[in-house]
Design a protein around this ligand. Structure first.
Ligand SMILES: Nc1nc2c(ncn2[C@@H]2O[C@H](COP(=O)(O)OP(=O)(O)OP(=O)(O)O)[C@@H](O)[C@H]2O)c(=O)[nH]1
Ligand SMILES: [Zn+2]
Length: 210
């Protein structure tokens, strides 16, 4: 079982029951009224249903078990123990402060120890944590920690570069600002040359003059 915040500990759950779909749709109607429009007019009549269906997509990560994604591994690698890097994984997440999109890309790498995982699973893992209400730092750490705990590789590195719509479409209204976060574990943390090799492979985010 994965340890840390956001993962069930097996303790008795004290969370209130999940609201019904009808309650969620009613909440959307309330917000439409609050915004100053009429939820019963033709163009908005189907909107609560659409919003709730959209939320099912946006927040699908809550129903995904990251450990399940990573548990199928392959050991026939003929001793491959070099870095595996998946770069430019499209990332769609949602700011937990404003509930608006965080859009960017994730780069994930690990140094295998005996076994490797199917590469699509690394992208699925990114989605499992991205499709929740998030802050970028926590999401970055969660992805790295899950790989570390389940695969127990020699090292893990995760870098996320993303734009937060709460900074571009509201509030401070700054476009073109990219937040870069990273979490390095094992050899990526302790060995500067391993870290450098990874950062070079992903194009040294944070130091680019784009
Ligand atoms: N560290 C961090 N901050 C984030 C992230 N996403 C959004 N934020 C920030 O969270 C902060 C919330 O600040 P508050 O002062 O509580 O909210 P606010 O009044 O809406 O702030 P403004 O965005 O400055 O208008 C803002 O500064 C956001 O830019 C994230 O992933 N990581
Ligand atoms: Zn925000």
């Amino acid at each position: 079982m994965l340890r840390g915040p956001g993962h069930s500990t097996g303790a008795i759950q004290t969370e209130p029951p999940r609201p019904t779909r009808a309650e969620a749709e009613e909440a959307v109607r309330t917000l439409i009224r609050w915004a100053g429009d009429d939820p019963s007019r033709e163009g908005l009549a189907g909107t609560p249903d659409r919003v709730v269906r959209s939320y099912e997509e946006f927040f699908a990560g809550y129903t995904i078990d990251p450990e399940e994604i990573l548990k199928r591994t392959f050991e026939e690698t003929d001793g491959y123990d070099e870095m595996v890097v998946l770069r430019d994984i499209r990332l769609e997440s949602y700011c937990e402060h404003h509930m608006v999109p965080i859009i960017g890309k994730a780069h994930v790498a690990y140094l295998p120890r005996h076994r490797v995982v199917g590469i699509s699973k690394l992208a699925r893992l990114v989605d499992a944590y991205a499709k929740r209400l998030q802050i970028q730092e926590k999401m970055t750490a969660q992805i790295a920690n899950a790989i570390d705990q389940v695969l127990q590789p020699q090292g893990v590195a995760v870098v996320i570069e993303a734009q937060h719509q709460c900074m571009t479409t509201r509030g401070v209204h700054k476009t073109g600002v990219t937040m870069v976060t990273s979490r390095m574990l094992g050899a990526f943390r302790t060995d500067p040359s391993t870290r450098r090799e990874f950062l070079t492979m992903i194009g040294n985010p944070g130091s680019r003059a784009e």
